[in-house]
Design a protein around this ligand. Structure first.
Ligand SMILES: CC(C)(COP(=O)([O-])OP(=O)([O-])OC[C@H]1O[C@@H](n2cnc3c(N)ncnc32)[C@H](O)[C@@H]1OP(=O)([O-])[O-])[C@@H](O)C(=O)NCCC(=O)NCCSC(=O)C[C@@](C)(O)CC(=O)[O-]
Length: 261
């Protein structure tokens, strides 16, 4: 297997495991990743997804050897993988085990959080290969500062993790020894949120900026009122008043946040 899925305590960890080619996005790895994403997203017990890799590199982008051998463009399941991560109602954390390049950065940008060791390096190396960062532009350009997008897309230059945080590609760059603690800190915070509220808030982050102020306030006032009377909202507010942790329960149909009987 090139992708492993392990679920524990509400957290599904998906691990790219093809270190010999630096977790390159081969047709097989992409198919397995899409399958693992489907399993994790369909599992009611999963509340947060963590995407990571083995070895020193998180992902080296498109599998250049497979491309060369096939003689034809190999897109595989990459668009479906990016869509599954981007549209996931459950928060997705990218735990970069190391460096990433090109297509690998499309995955990083699709995730809600990206935490990397401060020793990792990054590059949008496509133009240096005579190809273009086309599919990844769809996720990356929704994260990156526009000046930085022009700079790094057009030059293909390598940049470090501190710069990657500064331009919006990463959430945090941390000393390698503290990577797992930082990821655990974020998953812990996410597990405290109402699952339905998290899914809706993810959608808000993406859709509200493109609404007019008038349209936004009209839609959001309705949504806000609806959430205060939802089962999840009532459980959260009761828990606050009773000075206890909220108890979130996923319902069997995939709706979440029903108050326990
Ligand atoms: C990642 C580092 C920095 C690690 O650097 P390193 O750790 O020093 O590793 P290395 O360069 O010594 O490579 C180790 C092995 O991994 C292989 N390898 C390494 N990368 C790939 C790859 N992508 N595909 C297939 N094999 C790869 C490489 O060929 C070598 O195999 P060996 O020679 O031992 O048999 C370095 O290996 C590197 O720069 N790799 C190339 C990265 C790159 O330019 N990727 C561009 C892919 S194009 C792309 O992603 C297009 C896309 C998807 O964005 C288009 C779109 O969005 O539409």
């Amino acid at each position: 297997m090139l992708v492993h899925l392990e679920t524990r305590d509400g957290v599904a960890t998906l691990t790219l495991d093809s270190p010999a080619n630096r977790n390159a996005l081969s047709t097989r790895l992409l198919a397995e990743l899409l399958d693992a994403l489907g399993q994790a997203l369909g599992d009611d017990a999963t509340r947060v997804l963590v995407l990571t890799g083995t070895g020193t590199v998180f992902c080296s982008g498109a599998d250049l050897k497979e491309q060369a051998a096939s003689g034809a463009p190999v897109t595989g399941a990459f668009p479906d993988v990016l869509r599954a991560i981007w549209d996931s109602p459950k928060p997705v954390i990218c735990r970069l085990n190391g460096t990433a390049r090109a297509g690998g950065l499309g995955l990083v940008a699709a995730c809600d959080f990206a935490i990397a060791p401060d020793t990792a390096t990054f590059a949008f190396s496509e133009v240096r290969l005579g190809v273009v960062p086309a599919m990844i532009a769809v996720t990356v350009l929704r994260r990156l500062d526009p000046r930085a997008a022009s700079e790094y897309f057009l030059t293909g230059e390598v940049f470090d993790a501190t710069r990657a945080v500064g331009i919006g590609l990463l959430t945090r760059a941390v000393p390698p020894g503290t990577l797992d603690d930082t990821v655990a800190h974020y998953t812990g915070m996410l597990l405290k949120g109402g699952p339905e509220s998290l899914a809706i808030t993810k959608r808000l982050v993406r859709t509200v900026p493109s609404m007019s102020v008038d349209e936004g306030l009209r839609q959001m006032a309705d949504l806000s009122a609806e959430r205060f009377t939802s089962a999840e909202g009532q459980e959260g507010i009761s828990a606050f008043r009773e000075k206890r942790p909220a108890s979130w329960i996923p319902a069997p149909d995939g709706a979440t946040g029903e108050r326990p009987a």
